[in-house]
Ligand binder design. Structure first.
Ligand code: GRG
Length: 294
């Protein structure tokens, strides 16, 4: 299947699963369920859940078995975006091409919608994921909790907030990106492998792939923040410069940042060697992400 069709078909499968797993918008109190669904179905790229499904297939599994894990990752990702956009954090008015959650529902409901999506993720895994001989459901829950917790996703957000307006080193910037972006992306990919009962060697290869791809993705995101318009991004462009945030382009310049994105993408591709032809979709996704910029 060509990548464009793969992204469309698997994206639709993720949307359907999310719709099935989430309380309907009419469930009492409707405000919270509307707010959760507002951001979840706002037109995100579904990159992380699609990676979960593609990793499951690369490891020889059926993507359908990975759908609960894919949906759970997207719930955590969406929660992090809602909270990141709050006035006390990044203070953004637009996300995914529409008004941010707190702009529509107010801050209190936006905080609660984020909390509810985070909690929903674990309910989905506990009640819908099957688990495999190597990776029982408790392992799947721990995998997502670890990536979303204070050592990774939250650590990245804290380091990011504390770094605003300061001169930080490339090493510190890399720490932020590894925690804020690469950890959840890697977790999405590992969960796909786990749903296919991947061997430890294959899981390690998926981890290496995820870490390199996650960093590449963030370097590219930093580049796009400088080079693209808000309309194209669906969120406010130029925010990093305005917030005096250190980014790859601000520390390395655009050219070196592009080179770094290429280097990381090649490292990601190299990690896929053990999968042979089965890794082709993951390969195509990595190449596609690199081309987002050029
Ligand atoms: C725990 C509050 C909290 C935040 C965690 C994820 C995060 C840190 C902050 C969100 C803002 C941000 C720039 C994160 C870096 C990762 C990133 C580029 C997210 C956007 O992901 P896309 O482009 O978004 O995949 P869509 O909308 O397509 O899903």
């Amino acid at each position: 299947m060509i990548l464009k069709d793969y992204l469309k078909e698997r994206g639709a499968a993720v949307d359907k699963a999310l719709d099935r797993y989430l309380p309907k918008a009419t469930v009492k109190p409707p405000t919270i369920h509307k707010a959760m669904r507002y951001s979840l179905f706002a037109g995100g790229k579904r990159l992380r859940p699609i990676l979960t499904l593609a990793a499951a297939e690369a490891a020889g599994g059926d993507y359908k078995a990975a759908l609960p894990l894919a949906a759970a990752v997207e719930c955590v990702h969406t929660y992090s975006l809602i909270h990141d956009d709050l006035p006390c954090m990044d203070n953004d008015d637009y996300r995914r091409g529409r008004l941010t959650n707190h702009k529509v529902f107010g801050e209190a409901i936006a905080i609660l919608a984020g909390d509810a999506l985070l909690t929903q993720a674990f309910e989905i895994i506990a009640s819908e994921a099957a688990g495999t001989p190597r990776y029982p459901v408790a392992t799947l829950v721990r995998e997502l909790a670890h990536a979303a917790g204070s050592r990774y996703l939250i650590a990245g957000q804290v380091a990011d907030l504390e770094g605003e307006g300061k001169k930080i080193s490339l090493k510190e910037l890399r720490f932020i990106h590894e925690c804020k972006t690469a950890a959840l992306l890697t977790c999405a990919i590992r969960l796909g492998g786990m749903s296919a009962n991947a061997t430890p060697a294959k899981l390690k290869a998926l981890t290496d792939f995820g870490q390199a791809l996650g960093l590449a993705f963030q370097v590219i995101d930093d580049i796009l923040d400088v080079t693209q318009t808000s309309e194209k991004l669906g969120k406010s462009a130029g925010k990093d410069v305005a917030a005096q945030k250190a980014t790859y382009p601000s520390l390395l310049g655009l050219e070196k940042s592009r080179k770094e994105a290429q280097r990381l993408t090649h490292a990601a591709l190299a990690a896929l060697k053990p999968f042979g032809k089965k890794g082709d979709t993951l390969r195509a996704i990595a190449e596609y992400l690199l081309q987002r910029d050029y």
